[in-house]
Design a protein around this ligand. Structure first.
Ligand SMILES: Cc1ncc(COP(=O)(O)O)c(C=O)c1O
Length: 391
């Protein structure tokens, strides 16, 4: 009886999502990640992944994972504190600290686990967090899990941030939290100003560099891009799952901060460590990033090509400054129509709708692996879609 009632309720809720064009379901790929993928036996040019440098299926990374599987097996067996860690985990943390120029680093199981584990461990009762309105959902959830007072400042609006900081004078500790590159808009946080505000109000700056790592600052990330030195009052988080093409995440900061996270971050303490082959793959990805400078220049070339092509078509890319390039579609109906049209033309570019974003859009991500031909085909399809709608 209870099962029937619950099922009935969910069925109605699902129907309502369907009616509003908000029902989502995952597509299933039968090929490697890359610029061209196979879905249900058909090949598609893929503008949907965050594999910006095309490393997800790089032969060096595959080889590193294979070697680690042979030596260490697949599963880590336990959480790090329960002896689930290997020498590879430790080596990766040293490599990340050297890469980010910090005293220490700590690997987390995903970007989501990092944000929901780190934020509540540094922001507690009596503290205040200040979060950009367009920060990633994992930051939102991390803030919700913390017992700190929550303040949301208007997107990239430093004046609003200062007003909120002034209002929270009695907070014991203040933490400003921002994405470096906003994941659905592709614009960049004003880090020089944010660092100045953090210094002025003696706040900790927590930077989610998930999309900046491997992309900005010759791959080193957002701080390097802005010429800001890592400081003990800046805590960086980044992921291996996007430009580095693997999986997992890290925090990079002072030794004291990292020791605190080891002892307090619940997502680190209470979850099995990442599998050794995944860690080995991330180590190989970091090595490749340091070695192959052509990867980033190819990516930037492709980004410029697509951005100027979209401008030429009069499409609004919502202020994107990076390879995350949204195309404003205004209505859910048009977003779905465009995504479906592109799919018919052999192009995979997903419709992004509420609740992921407030304004529906097609989110295009261009990578180093795309050819000029791939980008031209996309632009041509966007053009014909526009022409068909005018008819
Ligand atoms: C800004 C940002 N932070 C965190 C995450 C979560 O990272 P992961 O996919 O590794 O869980 C994402 C993923 O989309 C992201 O865009």
């Amino acid at each position: 009886m209870i099962d029937d009632a619950v099922d009935g309720m969910l069925k109605n809720d699902l129907r309502s999502l369907q009616k509003r064009g908000l029902f989502r379901h995952p597509r299933t790929r039968s090929s490697r990640q890359g610029p061209v993928i196979t879905i249900q036996g058909r090949r598609y040019i893929n503008f949907a992944s965050n594999d910006y440098l095309g490393l997800a299926a790089h032969p060096d990374i595959i080889k590193a994972a294979q070697d680690a599987v042979v030596r260490f097996g697949v599963g880590a067996g336990a959480s790090r504190l329960l002896a689930g860690g290997t020498v590879l985990h430790e080596r990766l943390e040293k490599a990340v600290a050297a890469f980010k120029g910090t005293e220490a680093a700590l690997v987390f199981n995903s970007g989501y686990a990092a944000n929901t584990g780190i934020i509540p461990s540094i922001a507690n009762e009596g503290d205040a967090v200040f979060s950009d309105a367009l920060n990633h959902a994992s930051i939102v959830d991390g803030c919700r899990l913390s017992r700190a007072e929550k303040h949301i400042y208007a997107h990239r609006d430093m004046k609003h941030l200062e007003v909120l900081l002034c209002q929270a004078k009695s907070a014991r500790r203040k933490i400003i939290i921002t994405d470096s590159v906003f994941s659905m808009d592709g614009d960049i946080a004003p880090l020089t100003d944010l660092a100045a505000v953090a210094r002025k109000y003696r706040a900790l700056l927590y930077l989610d560099d998930a999309h900046g790592t491997g992309l900005l600052g010759q791959g080193k990330g957002a701080l390097e891009h802005f010429g800001i030195k890592p400081e003990p009052w800046i805590l960086q988080m980044g992921t291996f799952s996007k430009a580095l093409g693997t999986f997992g995440a890290f925090a990079a900061g002072s030794r004291i901060m990292i020791d605190w996270l080891v002892n307090r971050s619940r997502s680190f303490i209470f979850s099995t460590a990442l599998p050794p082959p995944v860690i080995a793959a991330s180590l190989a990805a970091l090595r490749l990033l340091g070695k192959d400078k052509a990867l980033i220049s190819r990516l930037l070339h492709n980004k410029n090509l697509l951005t100027s092509g979209l401008q030429g078509l009069g499409l609004d890319s919502m202020g994107s400054e990076t390879p995350i390039i949204p195309v404003r579609t205004r209505t859910i109906k048009k977003t779905l129509a465009l995504s479906n049209y592109l799919f018919l033309k052999g192009i995979y570019a997903p419709a992004i709708r509420p609740p992921t974003v407030a304004e529906p859009r097609i989110r295009l991500t261009v990578t180093a692996g795309h050819t000029e031909g791939h980008i031209e085909k996309l632009l041509k399809a966007l053009k014909t879609f526009g022409e068909k709608r005018k008819e």
